[in-house]
Design a protein around this ligand. Structure first.
Ligand code: ADP
Length: 421
């Protein structure tokens, strides 16, 4: 296949890699772009562009999304996907509806669907209301989110102030009646149409009904059934994947996440025999990085090892008290990013990073603008490959099981699952 068939625009980095992992799970080769690609970068069949526009001013979000859409269309994209969080993270000004509206105008479509449901993670939409587990969105912990507190669960009511078009609903009984019923209902609606989905089977019905839409908006789960449908309908060639590079040897874990699951993962990795170096923000403020760099330089490149700032809440609170939360966080992120660059320069080819913000800092320091997606280590966390053949896994705080780090490296050592992608 020449050029790009599918192009997604994601409002943040971990959301982009979640979508990329879903598509890779469906057996297609996926390219993840870190920010807007260079104009002359060649397009690949499945492109996911990671922007950082969830909480920027709506005008800026629209401008960046439009630039990404221009790039995707220049590469030939026939299907466009606007990827946002399955908890519909937005404010009355946007940016979910605002960006969707702009993409509709540029693509000259008068209807799109909104499908944030992600049943595997407990996000379901029923009669237009979004549930997180058993709670409506506005009664879930999302009501306290520091940047996008969600105070309503009704997706049409959330969208209305963000858009300049009507909103509509394809309700659950219609979805359960099958793809034809959904198509018939959509034919009577225009603007932003919320579609109910409670189980994965509902997503398959919706995907079948909407597989010819030029713009689909939603979470990552609605994208999962699409590649097989496009293949079956003959609109997409069997996309041939260039084989993924065999990653260089050498391994390192860098952890800047303090979430409960990451704390358990760091503990389990050390218990399993990895050597560890603890970074402390106050120590970094006083003495800089020299000691950590020296420690890393002395390690066997192939041995299990971890540099971590991961700490329990009382230690984090103490560092934040002494330095301020922003400075404490920045010191750790900057340190881990520099150590990642050191490690790659020293020939280490396999790096696992824990922490969403930490991952962003590390990826910027590695200077890579394109990642190819490999096997999925845990739901939503794939191995990614840089152009130089460095394998990186970027894990946000609560993802993965306790033995995630060991499991991630074993997967590459096994080799089979890499070749299979
Ligand atoms: P998560 O995905 O778990 O939210 P992030 O990397 O997004 O992880 O966020 C963790 C933040 O906490 C980062 O900014 C990191 O630099 C900061 N941090 C890590 N360790 C410490 C610590 N010991 N004290 C204070 N802040 C820390």
């Amino acid at each position: 296949m020449l050029g790009t068939f599918f192009g997604a625009i994601a409002d943040d980095f971990t959301g982009a890699s979640d979508l990329a992992a879903m598509l890779a799970r469906a057996g297609v080769p996926v390219t993840l772009r870190v920010g807007l690609p260079e104009a002359n970068a060649p397009g690949t069949p499945f492109e996911v562009i990671a922007l950082k526009i969830r909480t920027v001013p709506p005008e800026d979000a629209v401008a960046e999304a439009r630039a990404a859409l221009r790039w995707l269309r220049a590469k030939g994209a026939q299907r466009v996907f606007w990827k946002y969080c399955s908890t519909f993270d937005s404010t009355p000004r946007g940016n979910i509806g605002t960006v969707a509206d702009a993409l509709m105008s540029d693509l000259q479509v008068d209807a799109t669907i909104h499908c944030p449901a992600f049943p595997e993670n407990g996000r379901r939409v029923f009669m237009g209301k979004l549930f997180v587990g058993e709670e409506p969105l506005d009664e879930s912990p999302m009501k306290h989110h520091p940047l996008t507190p969600m105070r309503d669960a009704d997706l049409r009511r959330l969208l209305s102030p963000q858009v300049g078009r009507p909103t509509g609903l394809v309700p659950f009984p219609v979805v359960r009646a099958g793809p034809k019923a959904v198509r018939d209902a959509l034919a009577k609606l225009s603007g932003h149409v919320v579609v109910d989905a409670v189980e994965d089977g509902d997503l398959r019905v919706i995907a079948e009904a909407c597989r010819d839409m030029r713009l689909i908006c939603g979470g990552s789960a609605i994208a999962a059934p699409l590649p097989a449908l496009w293949r079956a309908a003959g609109v997409m060639d069997a996309a041939s994947a260039e084989p993924l590079p065999v990653p260089r040897p050498g391994r390192l874990v860098l952890s800047g996440s303090c979430s409960a699951m990451t704390r358990a993962q760091v503990g389990a990795y050390l218990d399993a025999g990895a050597s560890g170096y603890r970074l402390e923000p106050e120590e970094l403020a006083r003495g800089g990085l020299a000691e950590a760099r020296a420690w890393l330089a002395q390690q066997d490149p192939d041995a299990d090892k971890i540099l971590f700032a991961t700490a329990p809440p009382n230690a984090v609170a103490a560092a934040q008290e002494a330095l301020g939360p922003a400075r404490a966080g920045a010191l750790v992120e900057d340190a881990l990013a520099k150590l990642a660059a050191d490690a790659v320069r020293a020939g280490i080819g396999r790096i696992v990073v824990a922490g969403g913000e930490t991952s962003g800092a590390v990826i910027r320091a590695l200077g890579t603008d394109r990642l190819r997606i490999g096997p999925e280590i845990a739901p939503g966390v794939p191995w990614c490959f840089t152009g130089d053949g460095v394998a990186v896994a970027l894990k946000s705080g609560n993802f993965g099981g306790p033995d995630f780090f060991t499991h991630a490296f074993e997967m590459l050592d096994a080799g089979g699952s890499v070749a299979a992608q």
